[in-house]
Structure formats: C-alpha cells, structure tokens
Design a protein around this ligand. Structure first.
Ligand code: TPP
Ligand code: SF4
Length: 285
C-alpha cells in the first residue's frame, strides 16, 4: 500500500478553505482511496475547473490540470486517451460540473472514458459567495434571488442514468469509510464513474447543513440490484430521501480510449513517423 503521506503537500501550504468545510474530508478520503489502491502519485492526474472544490488538486501531491470554469472533463478525457495507464480523476464543484460544465458532463457520459468524476455537491456557488448553483433547492434564498430560487434542481444522477452512464453513485462527505469504498469502486470501474458527494458549505449554505444531509441520506441495502436501471432511476428521482451508495453499475461497455486508439497501443507509446509529419506540414505551406 502506498504511504498516504506521499500525497500530502508540504507543511505550511496555503489553504483557502474555511474551517469545517466539507471539502476537507473529501480531500482526505481521496488520499485514503488512492493509497489503498496503490496508485503512485506520479501515475495519478486530477483535472478540475474553477471554484472552492476545484482547488482540491492544489492540496494533493499528484499531477494536475486546473482549467477554465466548467472544463474539468475535456482534459481528463484527453489525458486518458494519450496515456490510459494513468489514473485520471475529474474533481470539481456542482456548479462547475453541472452548470458551467453541463455540456461537457453530458457528452463525457456518452463517450464513457475510463475516468472518475468526483463532484463536490454543496448545492451552492461557494467561491463566489453563495449564489444559487444548478443543485440549489427551489426556495433557497441567496444574494441574487433574495426571495428564493424559483426553478427545480438539476438531477445529475437521473441525467447520467438516462445517458447510459455505467457507474452512478451518491456519497456524503460526513461518512468517511463508506465514501472511501465508493470512490475506490469508482476508480476500479472500467468506464466513466460519477460520484455526487454531498458536501456542506458551512459559510454560505445555511439550509443544506451536515445535519440536513444526515437526516435526508440513507444507504441502499445489500439487496439493491445495481444493474437494475429502472430501480436506479426511481432512486435518482426521489428527492425527499437521498439514496447513498452505488446506485447503478454495469460492466462491459467499451471505454472511449479503447475505441479511439487503433490497435490499442497508448498514443504516448507510438513511434513518431517524422517523414509523414513533414509531408503533412509541407502540404499546408
Ligand atoms: C465563465 C465563468 N463564469 C463565472 C465565473 C465565476 N465563478 C467562479 S467559481 C464559480 C462558482 C463555483 O461553484 P461550484 O462549482 O459549485 O464550486 P464551489 O466553489 O461551491 O466549491 C463562479 C460562478 C468564472 N470564473 N468563469
Ligand atoms: S465558502 Fe463554503 S465551500 Fe468554500 S471553503 Fe468555505 S465552507 Fe467550503
């Protein structure tokens, strides 16, 4: 097992998160999962967009790509295509993933790349001080909508299931061991894996608190058939109680990078045909 301390940033690294933020346990859980799965830091890449959650890879000693708002997934797909030997994780907030990155979210699911998508879902825009995100509940009062949000929440689990995602899960940052096991299963899953992690923003979201998530959340039991898509959709549509755990998982669908690469050899291992490249460059002169 890789020593978990290897993922730690040097002591004194500046930390932007507020004390008590739900991002801290997720950071720790990801380190635990990578350590237990024996993923060496140099073989791990985390991609993120913009936001508080999107700062997660700044606090982990692995390779990372921090892109524009909503753009965590495209570089993650590209990196996996070039070197499928890497463990690739896209990790960002609910606003970044489902709002600004909504288009990428949908089309990544269709492609089924072998990457893990960890979404820190605090049901709000944390970094920009508490505006509504696509996950904000109807009625939630915020600086932009002082009378409350007037539209329904986005439903990432239902959308993912509808687009034939092969691994769909919900977790709660307050439950360290369960969340760690879900993340490990997602990393081991061959194909796109979504984990929506409920994560309280203790400063700007006074409605969806640790207590609120604890009361709403319950784990699917052992008898839950993870291959039953209709049951999974039923769970996804139930917003009165929030089902936690692996809601849906199916093996066997080819992952994007295996479809893209001829002969299955990773792009970074291909021998460069310099003569063909020069001919191509000359043809544009
Ligand atoms: C194109 C663009 N629009 C808006 C912003 C401003 N902005 C930065 S972070 C953010 C919200 C992030 O929210 P979320 O992804 O939920 O993450 P959190 O901060 O809550 O972890 C917004 C709107 C931006 N940087 N770029
Ligand atoms: S503003 Fe909210 S999401 Fe951002 S660090 Fe503070 S508690 Fe966490």
């Amino acid at each position: 097992m890789i020593d978990k301390k290897l993922y730690d940033m040097p002591k004194g690294t500046d930390m932007a998160w507020c004390p008590g933020c739900g991002n801290f346990p997720i950071l720790n859980i990801v380190k635990m999962a990578l350590s237990e799965l024996d993923r060496a830091p140099q073989d791990v890449v985390i991609c993120s967009g913009i936001g508080q959650a999107a700062k997660t890879p700044h606090y982990l000693r692995v390779n990372y790509f921090n892109g524009l708002h909503g753009r965590a997934l495209p570089p993650a797909i590209a990196i996996k295509n070039v070197n499928p030997k890497l463990t690739v994780i896209a990790e960002s907030g609910d606003g970044d993933t489902y709002g600004e990155g909504g288009n990428h979210f949908m089309h990544t699911i269709r492609r089924n790349p072998d990457i893990t998508n960890i979404v820190h879902d605090n049901m709000i825009y944390g970094l920009t001080k508490g505006q509504a995100s696509p996950m904000s509940e109807k009625g939630l009062k915020n600086p932009i909508q002082p009378d409350g949000v007037i539209v329904d929440q986005f439903n990432p689990l239902a959308v993912a299931l509808s687009l034939d995602a092969t691994f769909v899960a919900r977790a709660f940052t307050g439950d360290i061991l369960q969340t760690k096991e879900i993340i490990k299963a997602a990393i081991l899953h061959k194909g796109y894996a979504l984990i929506d992690v409920l994560q309280p923003c203790v400063v700007f979201n006074k409605q969806n608190t640790y207590q609120w998530f604890k009361e709403k959340g319950y784990y699917v039991d052992e008898a839950h058939d993870k291959t039953d898509k209709m049951k999974a959709l039923e769970l996804a549509f139930d917003l009165d109680r929030l089902a936690l755990g692996i809601i849906y998982q199916r093996e066997g669908k080819p992952s994007y990078e295996t479809l893209v690469r001829e002969g299955n050899e990773p792009m970074f291992e291909r021998v460069l045909d310099t003569a063909a490249l020069n001919t191509l460059i000359k043809s544009y002169k």
